[in-house]
Design a protein around this ligand. Structure first.
Ligand code: NAP
Length: 476
């Protein structure tokens, strides 16, 4: 066997292994490429106790002192970005350039979060407006306590950092659990944190299969906030287990690109291709269905086919547009969605071939509402095309989804764009651009099965704090 990457958990500022392992399999070769500790209940409970004990002193440290030590972590992430990117290529088959961009974006996120935190000030209320003239209420933002951060495989740096950093800078302690496929990266980040002056126990990273340790992780009574990104199934399960805990959930999506007849079709098609096929469609905000006016459907489909044919397909090391999807289970699931659609009368325009975990980018036309592909989230490089006869039908199909993350509208008529945008049941609507999470300081929310609570730098910081009031009373 080739040398494999072996990582440690981080508990109380110390690297930790227990001799039990979760094996990490390469999406590209299906070989074991690494292992991370399979922690048990006692070890996870210990991490929570340590995080709980460390939090109070951490919260008492001056903000600028917290920022100073967290900034050391940022510097190490920056100077180790090549290694972090190599791990992403290896572990989640992300193209190398995209992996580097993810690290750089996360570093920018950290800087912005520090600045935003410095500008969060207490709110003051005058009692006079409630017939209480001699009262002044001052409400500071204080940390909530212990945060459990659970990240998914697809953005192992950005979706870890965007939970951990706002939680920590706001004065909370953190127990971080990366996705198993993504935990070589997650635990490597933790090793970098170990080399800083962040006080022991303030940041802890644990690992193990979610299916085995999930309930142990989320049911611990010391948790104050759970920040989770992942599938709706797991998100709902966590919500059912964790009563009386604040929760921020970022779940799945089935984002539509709604294309009106007056859209600039060439530009629209370029943005749809980028939105649907970047990182092989494994993005929560990927465009996962095209809803197009029947009058221009064939024209748009033709341009899309030509652009899909130009996508490079191959290895993440070679920076191909389409790289192997995360695992074999996902391949089978996506193939099932495609064959259900084809059986019911849909038409394959291009793609629908598989080699191992490498799926050719696929466009399926004539998708109808009775097909699973119209509603389910594939998380891979397949895009269904659904035509509509008028705007009412487009809005109705868009809103019928159980998801409500984002939508895109392509049109040259600003009146149509705004009027449709107001009626779409999603967290965000992008006009004339692909659906996307960033810029990261914008609020990011999902409704229905797409999530709970808001993120984005300011909203994330606020979600990890609560207002604490001190009320001044005086006599005239
Ligand atoms: P996932 O299978 O739900 O896993 C997400 C995380 O939950 C992983 O760390 C996983 O650990 C853990 N987990 C699994 N079972 C658990 C349990 N019972 N209790 C607690 N934690 C548990 O999702 P994924 O495959 O990594 O990511 C893909 C999904 O995430 C898609 O649905 C996508 O749309 C969604 N996503 C949403 C956003 C957003 O911002 N809305 C962003 C990115 C991704 P293991 O890996 O060890 O199982």
């Amino acid at each position: 066997m080739n040398k494999i990457e072996q990582m440690s958990a981080l508990i109380n500022g110390q690297s930790y292994q227990n001799g039990k392992w979760v094996e990490i399999i390469s999406p590209t070769t299906n070989e074991v490429i690494g292992q991370v500790p399979a922690l048990t209940k006692n070890e996870i409970d210990k991490a929570y106790q340590i995080a709980f004990d460390a939090q109070k002193l951490w919260a008492e440290m001056p903000l600028l002192a917290r920022i100073k030590v967290l900034n050391q972590w940022k510097e190490l992430i920056t100077s180790h970005k090549e290694k972090i990117a190599d791990l992403m290529v290896l572990e989640i088959a992300k193209g190398r350039k995209a992996a580097i961009t993810e690290v750089e974006r996360s570093v920018m996120y950290i800087d912005y979060t520090f600045e935003e935190m410095k500008r969060i000030h207490p709110r003051a209320y005058n009692g006079d407006s409630w017939n209480a003239k001699n009262k002044l209420g001052i409400f500071e933002y204080v940390p909530k306590g212990v945060v459990l951060a659970i990240s998914p495989f697809n953005y192992p740096v950005n979706l870890a950092i965007s939970k951990i950093i706002p939680a920590l800078v706001a004065g909370n302690s953190v127990v971080f659990k990366p996705a198993s496929q993504g935990s070589l990266v997650g635990l490597y980040l933790a090793q970098l944190a170990k080399a800083t002056e962040i006080p022991a126990g303030v940041f802890n990273a644990v690992s193990g299969k979610g299916s085995e340790i999930g309930d142990i992780l989320v049911e611990n009574p010391l948790i104050n906030v759970i920040s989770f990104t992942g599938s709706p199934e797991v998100g709902k399960h966590i919500a059912s287990k964790s009563l009386k805990v604040d929760m921020i959930l970022e779940l799945g999506g089935k984002d539509p690109a709604i294309v009106l007849a007056d859209a600039d079709l060439e530009d629209t098609a370029s943005k749809i291709i980028k939105g649907a096929f970047s990182y092989s469609g494994q993005r929560c905000t990927a465009i996962k269905r095209v809803l197009v006016d029947a009058k221009v459907k064939n024209q748009l489909a033709k341009i899309l086919v030509a652009k899909v044919a130009k996508l490079s397909v191959g290895k993440p090391e070679d920076d191909c547009d389409i790289t192997p999807v995360i695992d074999n289970k996902t391949v089978k699931y996506i193939q099932g969605l495609i064959s259900d659609a084809l059986k019911k009368g849909a038409k394959n325009l291009i793609g629908n071939k598989v080699e191992g975990n490498l799926m050719m980018p696929t466009l399926i036309d004539n998708v109808k509402e009775n097909m699973k592909l119209a509603w389910e989230e594939p998380f891979g490089p397949v895009l269904p095309i659904i035509s509509f006869k008028d705007i009412e039908q487009a809005i109705s199909i868009a809103n019928k989804s159980e998801y409500g993350l984002q939508a895109a509208i392509f049109t040259t008529n600003i009146n149509s764009a705004l009027s449709i945008a107001k009626r779409l049941e999603t967290g965000t609507v992008n006009i004339n651009d692909q659906t996307q999470r960033g810029p990261d300081h914008f609020p990011f929310t999902g409704i229905k099965d797409s999530g709970l609570g808001a993120q984005g730098i300011h909203d994330s910081l606020i979600s990890f704090m609560r207002p604490k009031g001190i009320v001044l009373n005086w006599k005239d």
